[in-house]
Design a binder for this molecule. Sequence first.
Ligand code: FES
Length: 139
Amino acid sequence: MTFSQLRIKQETLFTSCSEDDDTPGLPQAPSTGISVQGNQVIVNLDEATALNNQGGWALVTSARVLIVNIGNNRFSALTSVCTHSNCDRNWTFSNNVFTCTCHGSRFNTDGSVVNGPAIRPLTSFPTTLNGRTLTVDFG
Ligand code: FES
């Protein structure tokens, strides 16, 4: 994970924060270029720069959505709710594989299982790229 990926992960973490989530010592930055409107995640790719390159990814905790750039201006969006035991925010991504660090299940960018304990794929959501705006329909 690059620094920018880590940063966007932290920033998106706080998009869903209620006042109860204010944790001293952690950045309280607003999300950068990512917003959730109804059942859509709207990404301004000029601002959410971690998603600009293949392998760049983001966890949008408020929508429980993982987004990854899979190259050639294509993106994959998946539920972040692990099908093993419903962990929804303990994700890492490397070598085109998402890992749920709760118990080690791994998933391809299309949501299919690489290895368990999960046995069911992550739900995939449709994405639309319009100029520099990426929309994920997760409803
Ligand atoms: S909840 Fe993801 S591996 Fe167990």
